[in-house]
Ligand binder design. Structure first.
Ligand code: ZN
Ligand code: ZN
Length: 304
């Protein structure tokens, strides 16, 4: 089953010719989840073959423009393309008024239901779940309320080992109970243990998305041992003061966080427009955490 992330934008607030503002898609099997939707996201989706009709859920971290200004255009295009299926948006409550006001002044009545879920209403640890994944909020520390997202795969079903059905003549009705741990008794009265008939379920994969935030120890706990962490690194560490003023993280800090949290792989992005190349940021992150990569636009990273 696919569990992979495609980067649509890795820049920050000021536009540049090289980078688009934040947006990425997570693909889990045939589901596509959009995470943030900066300006130009729908053009990037076209460029990298992301089909908008497959998106049912959009997660917006916060209401700085570089994380949501592409949303109105995308919603309008979905309407013009004749979409009728429900679309769910997870965001801070003000986004609903912002979108509805734009609809109102343009006399637009969407053909599809748009359902808002406010971050302010999050109770406990779950923001969303379906039969493939759960999404938990990650509290971030930014100039305005900001939430990261932790996507975890749900436990995958136990499977029978290849060939055992034929070998032991297992009737169809017995399969579910073997999968749930019962032993099987064949027609000669031989007992075959469930463990000899089944394969252990695959490991549950996880992906954490931390958009704009100050370096914060609490995040380490939340993203502990995730397979892949995307973390913003807007500045290099010589601009720590600027990072603190604007509630951002340096690449050195993101590397430290990745190392302390014992994650699998770090992807860095949300670079300030002052950096024409991301290489120095990457080198700095790798000082503490060697398995770091730049989240390159158009690239797909498997979560494994
Ligand atoms: Zn931002
Ligand atoms: Zn921001």
């Amino acid at each position: 089953m696919h569990f992979e992330i495609t980067i649509l934008g890795n820049g920050s607030a000021t536009p540049t010719f090289q980078r688009h503002p934040s947006a990425q898609v997570l693909r889990v099997d045939d589901r596509v989840y959009l995470i943030d939707c900066g300006e130009g996201t729908q053009m990037q989706m076209g460029r990298y073959k992301v089909k908008s009709h497959r998106i049912m859920h959009i997660f917006i971290s916060h209401l700085h423009g570089d994380h949501y200004l592409g949303l109105m255009g995308l919603l309008s295009s979905m309407h013009l393309q004749g979409r009728t299926t429900e679309l769910h948006i997870y965001a801070h409550r003000e986004l609903q008024s912002i979108i509805e006001y734009q609809m109102e002044v343009s006399h637009t009545r969407l053909r599809y239901p748009l359902v808002f879920h406010w971050h302010e209403n999050i109770k406990g640890h779950s923001l969303f779940e379906d039969d493939h994944i759960t999404v938990e909020p990650i509290p971030l520390e930014h100039r305005i309320p900001c939430v990261g997202f932790l996507f975890r795969e749900k436990p995958r079903p136990v499977k029978l080992k290849p060939g055992v059905v034929e070998k032991y003549r297992i009737p169809y009705e017995a399969i579910e109970s073997i999968k749930s741990g019962s032993d099987f008794t064949d027609s000669q009265g031989n007992v075959i243990a469930s463990i000899d008939l089944t394969m252990p379920p695959s490991r549950q994969r996880s992906y954490a998305y931390c958009s704009d935030t100050l370096y914060n120890k609490a995040i380490e706990q939340k993203v502990r041992k995730v397979d892949v962490l995307y973390h913003e690194t807007t500045f290099m560490h010589d601009l720590l003061e600027r990072a603190n003023e604007t509630f951002h993280t340096t690449s050195l800090q993101a590397g430290m966080l990745a190392n302390n949290a014992e994650i699998g792989k770090l992807l860095i992005g949300h670079f300030s427009a002052r950096y024409s190349s991301a290489t120095p940021l990457l080198e700095e992150a790798r000082m503490h955490f060697p398995n770091a990569e730049v989240a390159e636009e158009g690239m797909t990273y498997a979560v494994e």
